[in-house]
Unconditional design. Sequence first.
Length: 121
Amino acid sequence: MSQNYGSKRVVTGAHYGLRDWLAQRITAVLMALFTVALLAQVLFGGPLGYDRWSAIFSSQWMKTLTFVLIVSLAWHAWVGMRDIFMDYVTRSLGLRLTLQVFTLVWLVGCAGWAVQVLWRL
C-alpha cells in the first residue's frame, strides 16, 4: 500500500508551457538577428537618408526578413499578452476572452498594415 504525503496535485490549463517558452526564445533570437542585419546595413552603407532607407528595403531578401520579423513580433506579443491575461484576468472569463480577441485583431491588423507598407499594396 502506498502512502501519499501532501496534497494531490491537480493539473489544469492547456499545458502550453514548453511550446510557448520555446516560441518566445526563438522569436526573440529572430528579432535580434534582424536588428543586427539592419544595423549592419545602416552603419556600413553610407550616408543615411530617404534614398538609403528605400534602398535597404527595396531588395526582396530584406522584405522577406522584415516579414519574418513582423510575424515573429506578432507571435511574441501574442504569447506574452495571452499569458498575462491568463495569469491576471481570472475573475471574468468574458473579459479575458474579449481582451484576447481584441489583442488578436490588433496584432493581425498591425501585421497586415506592415505588409501593405512593405510591398506597397
